[in-house]
Design a protein around this ligand. Structure first.
Ligand code: CDP
Ligand code: CDP
Length: 207
């Protein structure tokens, strides 16, 4: 079964995706890391994220083994990522890799913004993971502080709101809830609670 997980920034997509992948023994692809790798390459080369040709050139160079690079998590990279990922040519360049990953074995878990809508519209289970902007900003700020990066909740909240607005309003594969997705609001849930709710939903899809 392909499990598609979409939602806004810091909603808990990755945490849930990793746990579901471990539970079912499926491989997991963090598709945000693909787009982050494009942005990081572009910034490193001194390119402008708004330049579609430069972004496409960076997208063509991205390989699977740079997806664990901790530098992809920098907030500057996150901001540039939502600009490079709005270029249709960049999205098209990454589509094939994502679809091949999804269909390579008996199952897979992919998380991102457009998995249930564009990458895998045929996924057996689709989750739209969300949480209040304030809860998401507090989680992301804590994550940054844990990594030794000074972070102010209010500033992180503003960044997250800007990124969500850009991701939702772009014309190419915007962040959107698939009509047949199960909405999982994690504002009041810890990762164990989110996993339990997701497993209960997936069980209804297996029968
Ligand atoms: O971890 P967080 O939710 O903050 O972000 P991410 O999943 O790493 O994604 C970073 C950015 O990549 C998002 O803000 C989107 O602009 C873009 N992205 C996308 O356009 N499509 C995807 N399938 C995944 C990410
Ligand atoms: O992938 P995404 O950006 O949607 O979020 P994440 O990286 O899975 O989660 C962001 C942060 O929120 C992490 O530090 C998680 O430990 C935390 N989290 C949480 O507090 N409660 C949840 N139900 C899920 C995640």
């Amino acid at each position: 079964m392909i499990i598609a997980i979409d939602g806004p920034a810091a909603a808990g997509k990755g945490t849930l995706a990793r746990r579901l992948a471990a539970h079912f023994g499926y491989p997991h692809l963090d598709t945000g890391a693909l787009y982050r790798a494009v942005a990081r390459r572009l910034l490193e080369a001194g390119g402008d994220p708004a330049d579609a040709d430069a972004a496409l050139a960076a997208a063509r160079l991205v390989t699977a083994d740079e997806l664990d690079d901790p530098r992809l998590r920098d907030e500057a990279v996150g901001r540039a990522t939502s600009i490079v990922s709005a270029h249709p040519a960049v999205r098209a360049a990454l589509l094939d890799f994502q679809r091949r990953f999804a269909h390579a074995g008996p199952g897979a878990v992919l998380d991102g913004r457009d998995i249930g809508t564009v990458v895998c519209p045929d996924a057996g289970a689709k989750l739209f993971v969300t949480a209040s902007p304030e809860a998401r900003a507090a989680r992301r700020a804590k994550e940054l502080r844990d990594r030794g990066v000074p972070a102010i909740d209010a500033r992180v909240l503003q960044d997250i709101k800007e990124r969500d607005a850009r991701d939702s309003s772009r014309s190419a594969a915007p962040l959107a809830q698939a009509a047949d997705a199960y909405v999982l609001d994690t504002t009041q849930l810890d990762p164990d609670g989110a996993l339990a709710a997701a497993l209960a939903y997936i069980a209804t899809r297996e029968t």
